[in-house]
Design a protein around this ligand. Structure first.
Ligand code: DGL
Length: 269
């Protein structure tokens, strides 16, 4: 049975969840992390819910096999499409945490009268999860959302802070659907990696919200309330991928500021 010494399991289709994992590490430095990037199957943003559920269940089994006390789906696509099924699957073995509910709760307190724009994968946007949850907390809120499916693969390929990514970001963000946005929610955990480019596009005039710190602080609250906080340094963090990619190791080292040993595991054999 997991206890306060057990690691926190975090997964995403690729590097995006590292944005959340590194915030967790900053806020909870004594916790150890087991991270799984499903690089063999990314992007999740245009896969069927059945496929996403199938991948997520295997990854959850893997993380539970590492005795994780929390299964943190650091992926909006998972959080928006198959969350209830995954919770039923995880329940009683570990605490399931998603990345959408903490963000919606935070923005409803911080920016209650704002006009919201949301960008994310095709699946996240077509699920309608964000507008529905925002309007539940802020009835009548103005919410406009738009899929930006090229952004996650672009980031996975390392196109960041360059002309290619600036051109793609400009093309998406100039869309009429985002006109009048006062608070832009980065509804994909990959997007904080291009956060500065997005902020600059809007000339620093739009609040840009991402899930990393919000989710990390939500997680800290859960661990505190359940007395599951680690009070001494745990094992080394471990990083697994389903396929090696050029960029994963580089970005993981950038986020964690240390050498990362990446292990490839095939959960689908
Ligand atoms: N980082 C993910 C998300 O938050 C997944 C992106 C993808 O694989 O399409 O939605």
């Amino acid at each position: 049975m997991a206890d306060n010494k057990s690691p926190i399991g975090i997964f995403d289709s690729g590097v995006g969840g590292l944005t959340v994992a590194s915030a967790v590490k900053q806020l909870l430095p004594l916790e150890s992390i087991v991270y799984f990037g499903d690089t063999a199957h990314l992007p999740y943003g245009d896969k069927s819910p059945e496929a996403i559920l199938y991948y997520s269940k295997r990854i959850t089994d893997f993380l539970l096999g590492h005795d994780c006390k929390v299964i943190l789906a650091a992926c909006n696509t998972v959080s928006a499409t198959i969350w209830d099924e995954l919770c039923r699957y995880t329940v009683s073995n570990a605490i399931p945490v998603n990345v959408i509910d903490p963000v919606v709760s935070s923005i409803s307190q911080q920016y209650p009268g704002s006009s919201f724009g949301i960008i994310g994968t095709k699946n996240t946007i077509s699920s309608g999860a964000y507008p529905e949850k925002i309007q539940r907390l802020i009835p009548g809120a103005k919410v406009s959302s738009m899929a930006t499916p090229l952004l996650a693969p672009m980031i996975e390929e390392g196109f960041v802070d360059d002309d290619v990514s600036n051109a793609i970001i400009r093309t998406y963000l100039s869309d009429d659907r985002l006109k009048g946005t006062e608070t832009l929610i980065l509804g994909c955990t990959h997007y904080p990696i291009i956060r500065n480019q997005i902020i600059k596009y809007f000339d620093y005039k739009v609040n840009v919200v991402d899930s990393a710190m919000i989710v990390a602080s939500h997680l800290r609250g859960i661990l505190e309330s359940k007395k599951l906080i680690s009070n001494s340094p745990g094992n080394e963090d471990r990083f697994f991928v389903s396929d090696y990619t050029d960029y994963f190791g580089q970005i993981a080292e950038k986020f964690f500021k240390k050498q990362i040993v990446l292990k490839r595991v095939d959960l689908w054999r």
